[in-house]
Design a protein around this ligand. Structure first.
Ligand code: GAL
Length: 726
């Protein structure tokens, strides 16, 4: 297929009515061009798109070699169903929806997964306990159950009517019924369109082909550069210590982890590492950290790296304050100057300070806080920036900019980083950052983990504190099956062992996280090289087509005159890597339902068969988070240990096979710390499990590639479901 096949559609412009109601001449019919810019990725430009957009802010570039390898596909939507109207200085977009189609995405939402029927204003913000578009990563990307994706490349607040509004010219309009007599009358008439208002004279839009919804997500991620590949240590355990800890206390904490046998790869220092914070000086506090260089080295000798909290707002007494001042915004945040990171003159003094004071002495990464912020904690939309960008454009992209330039600082040293950030947006998939927030609802944390897979971001369900040992254990079990295994004890000072009644189980889970590192690492490599999110929604899984369940509202007409079916959906179980289904238990629960997609499924811990394409009920006890493995699934494990393997170290593997089907797995390997993989210094080795002539399972691992990093020591193969398969 011709990669750059150019197709055209006519974008119909509706008649143009002026604000005053006077008739204005209609805009001429506009002919936009859909260009296949990468295999299965089409772009159209409507009107005059703005010079600054999400992909430019992120500096995103497609991973062309990976996109080339995807199956060829044709334009996945009826082209004549995509329409644009320009009026009133804005662009209105319209995309068709079929009757049974489900849509997902539009950012990191916390309460719901299905988006059809939502009205949203996509706006970077701290999540305010409503799925209304204001969130940490309001990525303007949606995925359809019909197997395509749509992305609006605008650094603007976008109004989205996702299957809610009905037009007179609808091809499949709802039938008007009479409430007085018709029991089927609906308060939410059927809509066959997604409509989006872009507050700009033009916009760039993208369509991503499938054929499956997962393929559309993969193309979106690859188009933005492919997912991040953390260093191996990034997938180990991390503890964020109390905000006012001293160097000595941090060292003692690391020593206590070691003496108690809890794994620990990096410690996060909260605002107290800085001589002043909110606003920050970006230099060490010499009372708590008298010799930072020595301290960082001491910690490295313990096998523990350091991550530093910052928010990017500069105090007047920061050493570089005078240099950066002309390149900061009209308004302050936490009384700190807001650097205009689109300008090198603002970036240079800021990142030079981080580089020379922290990164050069061995600091491994940052937690970039407050780049979202409820309105009173960020600049207002009337703020101006020296580059000429508006407060709105900056707000939509500040998380992207801070991730981009910290990442580039580490890239320049050929040293991988893995950190935390509180805001991102479309285009940010390649940045090695995980989103977190201040809310603390365990169930919502899982829904966010699910939705992160539609938004090109990672999310951590961090554990902070708990009322009971049970809650602590349940939260820690979730943490272990997430992109960043973290305790954030900045305020509480909680330790993994703080609840003695479950300390043993917490430790076992933390060590399981470490044992699974070869699996997690390989799955992140697939995020990078193939675009597949390592933690993802069930809706991206083939054979899982559970739509939202409509349940009749129990409220009477007095309480809710628009009583309508309430939607219940699957938002409490997810896929972790190629083969695992994770169904977290929440505090207070002793059993739960798990929906198994088609095919046979097996218990992760025992290898027992549990069911096939059905809803099962599980009663796992307090020690276990329910985890299930696909038939033929292969999970490589390493021995339990306290730190990630170092560069060049060889590690033994126990390779497990589940179920009755032969299986295969691609095991990823590289040096674990540098960016040399981007120059080809990596390998995927093939693991296979097949039955031999005597009906016995035989595992094999392909030979290491000559000249490539090889961290595999002794290998043992274990068939988990032998004789147990039905
Ligand atoms: C919050 C952040 C917390 C913690 C705290 C320190 O904004 O979400 O995780 O870092 O700041 O002041």
């Amino acid at each position: 297929m011709n990669r750059f096949l150019i197709s055209t559609i006519i974008l119909l412009c509706a008649g143009w009515l002026g604000l005053s109601g006077q008739n204005k001449p209609p805009l001429p019919v506009e002919q936009a061009v859909w260009t296949e810019v990468q295999p299965g990725v089409w772009r159209a430009r409507v009107g005059q798109p703005e010079a600054y957009d999400l992909l430019k802010a992120a500096g995103a570039a497609p991973k062309e070699d990976a996109l080339e390898k995807m199956p060829s596909t044709s334009f996945p939507l009826p082209m004549d169903g995509i329409k644009a109207t320009r009026t009133d200085g804005k662009t209105y977009l319209r995309f068709p929806l079929e009757e049974k189609e489900q849509i997902y995405g539009f950012g990191l939402n916390f309460k719901t997964v299905h988006r059809r029927g939502s009205i949203l204003r996509l706006h970077v913000d701290h999540y305010g306990e409503e799925d209304n578009g204001r969130t940490h990563a309001p990525t303007p990307f949606y995925v359809s159950s019909n197997g395509y994706g749509v992305f609006i490349n605008a650094a603007r607040y976008l109004d989205v009517y996702a299957g809610t509004a009905v037009r007179k010219d609808s091809k499949h309009p709802p039938v008007a019924t009479d409430r007085n007599t018709d029991p089927a009358w609906s308060a939410q008439p059927y809509s066959d369109a997604v409509e989006i208002r872009v507050p700009a004279e033009g916009v760039e839009i993208y369509v991503f082909g499938g054929p499956t919804p997962l393929d559309a997500v993969r193309r979106f991620n690859l188009f933005n550069g492919g997912g991040c590949l953390p260093p191996r240590w990034g997938l180990g355990f991390t503890q964020r210590v109390h905000r006012l800890y001293t160097a000595e206390e941090v060292k003692e904490e690391a020593d206590e982890f070691a003496s108690r046998g809890f794994p620990l790869d990096y410690i996060g220092l909260e605002p107290g590492w800085q001589s002043k914070s909110y606003p920050g000086t970006f230099e060490w506090d010499k009372t708590r950290f008298p010799d930072p260089e020595d301290f960082v080295m001491d910690m490295m000798e313990r096998g523990v790296r350091l991550n530093l909290w910052i928010n990017p707002y500069v105090a007047a007494d920061a050493s570089f304050a005078r240099d950066i001042e002309p390149y900061t915004a009209s308004h302050t945040v936490w009384v700190g100057m807001v650097p205009d990171f689109t300008l090198p003159a603002a970036r240079d003094p800021f990142f030079n300070q981080l580089e020379k004071d922290q990164v050069a002495i061995g600091v491994s990464g940052y937690k970039i806080d407050e780049v979202d912020g409820f309105d009173q904690w960020l600049w207002p939309d009337v703020a101006t920036f020296p580059s000429g960008l508006s407060g709105e454009q900056m707000r939509q992209t500040y998380g992207l900019l801070t991730q981009r330039y910290t990442t580039e600082m580490f890239e320049a040293r050929n040293q991988r980083t893995y950190g935390l950030v509180r805001a991102s947006n479309g285009g940010g998939v390649r940045f090695p950052y995980v989103i977190y927030n201040d809310n603390y609802n365990h169930r919502e944390f899982i829904t966010a983990l699910i939705n992160s897979s539609f938004a090109g971001v990672l999310w951590t369900p961090e554990a902070r504190a708990s009322k009971t040992g049970e809650e602590w254990l349940r939260r820690m079990q979730t943490v272990v099956f997430s992109p960043m295994a973290m305790i954030n004890a900045w305020a509480s000072g909680t330790k993994p062992w703080s609840f003695p009644e479950v300390a043993g189980q917490v430790k076992e889970m933390a060590l399981l996280r470490m044992r699974m590192m070869p699996y997690w690492y390989s799955e992140f490599a697939k995020y990078h090289f193939e675009g597949t999110p390592p933690f993802r929604a069930m809706n991206l899984e083939p054979g899982f087509d559970v739509g939202p369940e409509q349940v009749t509202d129990t409220l009477g007409l007095e309480e809710n005159p628009y009583a309508e079916a309430i939607t219940r959906e699957v938002k409490d179980q997810y896929m972790a890597g190629e083969y695992l289904l994770v169904a977290p238990m929440f505090e207070g629960e002793t059993s739960r339902k798990v929906i198994l997609p088609e095919g046979k499924w097996f218990d992760f811990y025992t290898g027992d068969y549990v069911g096939e394409g059905e809803v099962i009920s599980v009663t796992p006890g307090l020690d276990r988070i329910p985890v299930f493995v696909k038939d033929g699934g292969i999970i490589p494990l390493m021995p339990p240990r306290l730190h990630a393997p170092a560069k060049g170290e060889k590690v033994d593997l126990e390779i497990r096979h589940y179920g009755g089907k032969p299986g295969s797995y691609r095991l990823y390997d590289d040096d674990g710390v540098s960016y040399n993989y981007q120059r080809g210094d990596y390998s995927f080795r093939e693991i296979r499990f097949e039955k031999d002539a005597n009906g016995e399972w035989k595992g094999s691992l392909s030979a290491p590639e000559p000249g490539k990093p090889n961290s595999v020591g002794k290998v043992t193969f274990r068939s988990m479901s032998d004789r147990k398969s039905p």
